[in-house]
Structure formats: C-alpha cells, structure tokens
Design a protein around this ligand. Structure first.
Ligand code: GLN
Length: 319
C-alpha cells in the first residue's frame, strides 16, 4: 500500500481521521422524504479501506450497517454493463454531469426523457428498468451481487449477523414519500424510456436504496472497481468497463457537487443520502466512509472532509 513518505501506518491514520472528523456538533441535514434516516444517531462515523492486496483496515463505526441509498447506483450500473449489455443501455442514458440536483425534474423534461447519467435518480430508474428486463426483482439480484462481492452470507435483517440485507420497512417508508421519483418515472414512461410500469420500477429502485451494509462490506464490494474489474470470485467487468465506471464516478458521482469533490478529494466517488461515500483509488484500494449528516447537495459533510484529509495525507489522489 503506497502512502506519502513519512505518513503513519494506515490503521493509525484511520484512527486519527475518526477522532478528528467524527462530528461533534449537530450540523448538516438528513433527507425529509426518508423517515428512516432521521432516526440514525448524528455522531456515527465509520471508515474502511479494502486493498487490492487483500487487506482491510477500518476504524470507528465501520461495522455498523447503514442505508446505502444512491451508492447502489454504482453497482446496478456495473451489473447492467455485465455480459456486453452496454450499447442498448447507453442509447437510453447519457454520461454527462448533470449540474442539477439528483432528483431534478426540469432537465429530464427539457432533454426529452434521456437522463444525463446513470447516477442521478432518473438515470438509475432507467438502469433499474433495464435490469428488470432480465430479472424482475432487480433489488434481490443486487443484494446477491453485493453479498458475493462483500464475501458475506445474506442475512434477513436480524441484529448481529454479518452481511447485507434489504430493510423492507425503511423501503416502505421511503416509497410512501416517493412522489418525486414517481414523477421522474412517469416522465421517462411518457418519453418512451421505461418499459415496465413506473410504479414497479420506483418500488424496486427504492428497495435497492434501502440495502443496509457496513463500511467494511461496501469497501470490499467496491474493490473490483479499483482492481481492473476483478472481484471477490473472479471477473465482474472487463478492465475497460471498470475504468469507465470509475470515470463516471469522477464526473457524476456527487451530483452537482462533482466538481467540488474532485477539487477537494481528487478521486472517483459515489455518495448516498444515507451519509455513505464509496471512493476508488485505482490499482490500490476502495474506501468507504459513513457519517449521516449531509450538506445542501446531499453528500456527507464529515465524510467528504475526512476523504479530503485522507487523500492529502496519503497522496492517493489521481492527480
Ligand atoms: N433513495 C434516495 C432517493 O431516491 C436516494 C438519493 C441519494 O442517495 N442521493 O431520493
């Protein structure tokens, strides 16, 4: 593991990051349309690093499951790109930064139902529709994928058992407040860019977002993106496709804060409104940080600050 000359060993560094960045003041917001997220204690903070050499370093609440929310969009895109499914998908969704909020309706209307990228909600709904053509329960398929990559057994939501699970109650709570995602899905349908009924695509998408995982599990699950597409049990994607997913993370992974995140952290990342951020250091490691409070763009406040600090102190930026 290459870090800047003179930097402390990674486990010491991560302890230090947790001590410094675990939020002590109640700053930042949580999304108002997802009741489950309002209940998470604001001072939770975890970080995990999974390396391409097979080590895992972690600190803080790295083994407490949290709601992965939009981090799911990286993995559903990877699944959609498996088996050469890309030309059809890329005729339905672009690969440009949106410069608008993740759930914005305006751009979708102006651009005739073709979402700017797969990491905003409209784009992820198209990816979900694409996946549902092969596997109607795309969320269950995603759960199996994540469980395999994280190297864990799936669990049913019981406390204390390792492995990702779908929090169905949280999903039901989010679905009840999903007017905006339903509006996006109906727009897509009206423009002929959704095959399935809008309601069933949104329902499945919300269940993907409600998958609970720990920082350690997410770092391990995302490692194939830092490792030329090689995952826990073989090839997930060819190296060229893994590279492209990383590129889209860099340009679109933090919505309308992608430029600021690239400036501060200098690494491809994907955030979720559960407060998690997954980051890739190509060839070296995958990092997952989690802290629930968000900035105005929906990205973890303390998580982004911690990653900026970590990238400065390790020299891991791609720039
Ligand atoms: N489930 C959330 C939504 O659709 C995901 C958004 C996010 O994490 N940015 O609004």
């Amino acid at each position: 593991m290459t870090t800047t000359l003179g930097a402390p060993p990674l486990d010491v560094l991560l302890e230090d990051i947790v001590r410094y960045h675990r939020p002590r003041k109640e700053t930042g917001a949580v999304p108002r349309n997802i009741p489950f997220l309002a209940k998470v204690p604001f001072d939770r903070f975890g970080i995990a690093v999974a390396t391409t050499t097979g080590d895992v370093f972690c600190s803080g609440d790295a083994d407490v499951p949290f709601s992965i929310q939009s981090i799911s969009k990286v993995f559903t895109l990877a699944m959609a790109l498996q088996g050469g499914g890309s030309p059809r998908l890329w005729s339905r969704v672009l690969r440009e930064p949106s410069g608008t909020a993740f759930n914005s309706l305006v751009q979708l209307e102006a651009e005739h139902g073709i979402p700017r990228n797969p990491f905003i909600n409209a784009g992820a709904l198209v990816v979900t529709d694409h996946l549902m053509e092969q596997t109607p329960d795309a969320a269950a398929h995603l759960l199996r994928f994540l469980t395999e990559q994280a190297g864990q057994q799936a669990r049913t939501g019981k406390q204390g058992q390792p492995g990702p699970f779908i929090d169905e109650a949280a999903a039901a709570g989010e679905l009840a407040g999903s007017s905006r995602n339903l509006a996006l899905a109906h727009f897509l349908k009206d423009f002929g860019n959704l095959t399935r009924p809008a309601e069933s695509v949104v329902e499945n998408y919300v269940r993907q977002c409600s998958i609970m995982m720990t920082c350690t599990e997410l770092a391990k699950a995302g490692l194939f993106l830092a490792n030329d597409g090689q995952g826990a049990s073989g090839t997930v994607l060819p190296p060229s496709e893994a590279k492209r997913v990383g590129s889209i993370m860099l340009t679109c992974g933090m919505y309308d804060a992608a430029g600021e995140f690239a400036y501060r952290v200098g690494l491809p990342g994907k955030s979720g409104v559960g407060g998690g951020i997954l980051v890739i250091v190509p060839g070296q490691c995958a990092i997952c940080v989690w802290s629930p409070r968000l900035d105005a763009k929906g990205n973890s406040l303390a998580g982004t600050a911690a990653l900026a600090d970590l990238s400065d102190r390790t020299g891991w930026s791609v720039f």
